[in-house]
Design a protein around this ligand. Structure first.
Ligand code: PGA
Length: 251
């Protein structure tokens, strides 16, 4: 199974969300055989997306963040029970934008992973090294430490999704990774953690043009997409590519 999802980050009003989700659900049931699609809207649009997808949808819904406490005086935060109530089955944690701009640390990611798992949801743990680590040749050490910290003290991590998202490849300022730039780090993750987690995804400047090449890398079980999936046609194109890869021989 290839996991192929998108986070909309801070984009999309409710009308957009409804249209996007209804376009996905109106596709033939077998269009993306072998692929597990998931969509992570902004929190204001989650309930609308859930409503359009319906219960038991083939497309899973996710949240972009959740707090580690169950409830309480945490202004501006959402708890895991709240995002679950809005329909989330996946919770994205530790994205580099959260780490850089909102003070997310390895420790808070670990607390959040535990909270998400306590409630039976899937954490999608993002890790990725800055440009300096890439240049220094320390990418694998950097991301291995992030994964170890995120999963510290969790005996069973089989529900975890890991996303390798090198900071230098993400967003407008990022550059498309050649396979050589990411293959080593992905092999390290697969070797060290591949057997103990559900899947290892790659994210950072993924598009329909490079998806096949990235999915062909050893240890890659899926894609996590930003900009190229912010319109539903773009997302469906990438899902089509993934479905073709899923139907072919896997390494
Ligand atoms: P991008 O974002 O696909 O727009 O580079 C990826 C991400 O941040 O997950």
């Amino acid at each position: 199974m290839l996991w192929v999802g998108t986070s909309w980050k801070m984009n999309g009003l409710i009308a957009f969300a409804r249209d996007y989700a209804s376009r996905l659900t109106s596709q033939p049931a077998d269009r993306w055989n072998g692929v597990q699609p998931f969509v992570i809207p902004s929190s204001t649009a989650m309930a609308a997306v859930h409503d359009e997808l319906g219960d038991g949808s083939a497309v899973m819904l996710g949240a972009q963040n959740a707090h580690w406490e169950e409830s309480g005086a945490w202004t501006g935060e959402l708890s895991v029970p709240q995002v679950a109530d809005a329909g989330a089955l996946i919770v994205e944690l530790g994205h580099s934008e959260r780490r850089e701009y909102f003070g997310e640390t390895d420790r808070t990611v670990n607390l959040k992973v535990k909270a998400v798992m306590r409630h039976g949801l899937r954490p999608l743990v993002c890790v990725g090294e800055p440009e300096a680590s890439l240049q220094a040749g320390t990418s694998s050490d950097y991301i291995s430490r992030q994964v170890e910290a995120a999963l510290d003290g969790i005996p069973d991590t089989t529900a975890v999704l890991l996303a390798y998202e090198p900071i230098w490849a993400i967003g407008e300022a990022g550059r498309e990774p050649g396979p050589d730039g990411i293959a080593g780090a992905l092999t390290t993750l697969a070797t060290r953690f591949g057997r103990s987690v559900e899947a290892i995804l790659y994210g950072g400047s993924v598009n329909a043009g490079n998806a096949t090449e990235i999915l062909a890398l050893p240890g890659v079980d899926g894609l996590f997409v930003g900009r190229a999936a912010w319109n539903v046609e773009g997302y469906m194109e990438i899902l089509d590519v993934a479905a073709r890869c899923a139907a072919g021989p896997r390494m």
